[in-house]
Design a protein around this ligand. Structure first.
Ligand SMILES: [Zn+2]
Ligand SMILES: [Zn+2]
Length: 168
C-alpha cells in the first residue's frame, strides 16, 4: 500500500536554499548585528562577545581581593570558565588578567519541580498529578535529599573580584 503525501518546505528568498521549517528559511540569510555596538554577529546572536562581556562586567558587583579574602566566599575563583584554587594561580598563568569571578555555593537536590516538568513535557494532553502524588513525592524528596544531596560550586556571575594589580 502506498499513500501519496505532500511535504511542505520553505525556500530562502535570498539564496534559494530549501528548509523544512519556516523560521529557519526566513532567517537563513538574515544578517545579525549587535544591539549595542552594531557589529555583525553570528547567526541568531543579537549581541557580540565584547559587548556581552562588558555588559556582564557592568552588572556584577565588584569587590577587591581583600574583600574577597575576608568575605564569606567559598575558596577558589573562576577565570575564563576554568576553576582555580587561588587568585595567585590565575595571575601566574595569566599575568594580564584583570578580574576573576567569585564562586557561589549550590546544592544539588530534587524537588517537586520535577513532577511539574513531567506535566509540562506531556503538555499535548493535560496531564496533572494528583495532590496525593505531589505529597508523596515531596516526602520522598526530603528523604532522598537528606541522604544524597550534593554541595557544589559554580561561577558567581554577579560577583567580580578586581585584582589588586588592576586596581592600582
Ligand atoms: Zn539563504
Ligand atoms: Zn557589540
Amino acid at each position: 500500500m502506498a499513500k501519496e503525501v505532500q511535504i511542505k518546505a520553505y525556500k530562502c528568498e535570498k539564496c534559494g536554499k530549501i528548509w523544512g521549517g519556516k523560521y529557519v528559511a526566513k532567517t537563513c540569510c538574515k544578517e545579525y548585528h549587535c544591539d549595542t555596538c552594531g557589529v555583525k554577529t553570528r547567526q541568531y546572536w543579537t549581541r557580540c562577545n565584547r559587548c556581552s562581556e562588558k555588559n556582564d562586567f557592568d552588572k556584577a558587583k565588584k569587590i577587591t581581593e581583600k574583600e574577597w579574602a575576608n568575605g564569606d566566599y567559598p575558596s577558589g575563583v573562576f577565570f575564563e570558565d576554568g576553576y582555580y584554587w587561588d587568585i595567585a594561580d590565575v595571575v601566574d598563568e595569566y599575568p594580564d588578567a584583570e578580574y576573576v569571578y567569585a564562586l557561589i555555593p549550590l546544592t544539588l537536590a530534587i524537588d517537586s519541580d520535577l513532577l511539574t516538568n513531567f506535566e509540562e513535557d506531556a503538555s499535548l494532553d493535560e496531564i496533572v498529578f494528583e495532590d496525593e502524588a505531589y505529597k508523596m513525592f515531596d516526602e520522598f524528596c526530603k528523604e532522598f535529599n537528606k541522604k544524597h544531596s550534593v554541595d557544589y560550586f559554580m561561577q558567581d556571575d554577579n560577583t567580580i573580584v578586581l585584582l589588586d594589580k588592576a586596581v592600582e
